[in-house]
Write a protein that binds this ligand. Sequence first.
Ligand code: CMC
Length: 426
Amino acid sequence: MSENTAQLTYQGNTYDLPVVKGSEDELGVDISKLRATSGLITLDVGFKNTGSTTSEVTFLDGEKGILRYRGYSIEDLCEHSTFSEVAYLLINGELPTAQEFEQFKVDISRHTLVHENVRKIFDGFPADAHPMGVLSSLVTSLTAFHPESLDPNRDPKMVDLTIHRLIAKLPTLASWVYKKSIGHPLMYPENKLGYIENFMKMMFGLPVEDYEIDPILVDALDKLLILHADHEQNCSAATVRVVGSSQASLYVAIAAGINALWGPLHGGANQAVIEMLEDIHASGGNVDKFIEKAKDPEDPFRLMGFGHRVYKNFDPRAKIIKKHADAVLDKLGINDPLLEIAKGLEEKALNDEYFKARKLYPNVDFYSGIIYKAMGFPTEMFTVLFALGRLPGWIAQWKESRNLNQPISRPRQIYTGEVARPYPTK
Ligand code: CMC
């Protein structure tokens, strides 16, 4: 990293501020000493222009539509890797050798069972609870069953164990939530199956019959999880790093990430897409009316699954997933009116001046929701699938922050409330 200097002049004094350059020539002004030298802090609500860390995990360029994990393009990873390999890459920094990968798979598969007493906690949740709340609670509860995780500075082998347990147990917990919602018996994992196959079987299999694994669906889900695996300092990754900075257990940092992901402006958008399509269908299927609503500055309605904070050209993930959406829909021979509405909406919006001028393209959530629905996942599980995919990214971000021994995250503020005033006495 090479350094240069920027200058800030305030009330006749000039302050030198180092300019930090990243490996892709990104530049950032380092203001960490600004308050000590000038008394000033910087103000950036929503951190729209604030780099919270340097990072070696993920690079993205929103203008050019580039996304790379550890230097490898998302296109190459989707073509040549599996989700499990990508998880290893994100967490360890390099793709695994054949031997390392075999060991990783063994390390994960031996931890797929969840302590039977976690089931007792789980039993207390109502069947119609939102899966994300249940999932984050169960992940937090794992601290009680694996207390050696409470000190993240302990033996690095313990940290690895927690990482393996998280990757192994999240699919099991996710499937429990779904099974309970439909009144089916919970399925136990089958360790000889691959990561995605095992999850699909726990989700859609039944103890009374064989479950037939469909390679097209497994491949589509594998790709979807790769596409969601990391996205640098987004809301949930930043949350994981912030919670981790207090040196809390990795389990609770991940549980916090799950909660951050839940909101409709982040991971919840894929659910919002299907709900919007259902609304359009219920109101007669008139796409034009909804496009006009989205364009009306007086109307808060937005086309869900369109636009992105960072990608202002196209979302490279959406391009890849669109291909898989077609393959899955063809394979399943799905005849769903919502999918027809989605296609019509996409075509109209892409040719509409309002959307073109604002560079609003379908994002990954537009297509992922459609595929998940076609595969039989209920809408409330969509964000859970996002969490499954994002888990290795959260772990990689947490691990990097801990390895850099980053200080506790503690932003400052500009106070705008009442100044000191006398307490009213009678
Ligand atoms: N429909 C209609 N108009 C939109 C939309 C939309 N989906 N998104 C942005 N705009 C308009 C917005 O009204 C504004 O117009 P004007 O300049 O006339 O005021 C302009 O485009 C810029 O919008 P912005 O809110 O400043 O853009 P942003 O970068 O702050 O917001 C966003 C990004 C993703 C929050 C927003 O595009 C949005 O709300 N999209 C719908 C929700 C969604 O699909 N979210 C998933 C994001 S991808 C998943 C992830 O990575 O977490």
